[in-house]
Design a protein around this ligand. Structure first.
Ligand SMILES: [Zn+2]
Length: 75
């Protein structure tokens, strides 16, 4: 399973090792955050992105039965 390193600030996976990995910290190329990254699988990452979606949008999506079916297919 592929592990992703995720920036805890902006949820970007565009991270680089800070100072060549010597400190064990990462630098986010997206927002400039430097520190420890969250390590998670692709599945966990997708779940996180879905759960952090704008709630209004998600509610609209699941109103129709066919949309509920689509969501079930993803999970
Ligand atoms: Zn970031």
């Amino acid at each position: 399973m592929t592990k992703l390193l995720v920036c805890p600030v902006c949820k970007s996976t565009n991270l680089d090792l800070d100072t060549g990995g010597y400190t064990g910290k990462y630098k986010c190329k997206n927002c400039g955050y430097v520190g420890f990254a969250i390590e998670m699988t692709e599945g966990e990452y997708k779940e996180m992105l879905e759960s952090e979606e704008v709630p209004e949008m998600k509610e609209k999506k699941v109103k129709k039965p066919e949309d509920i079916k689509k969501l079930d297919g993803i999970h």
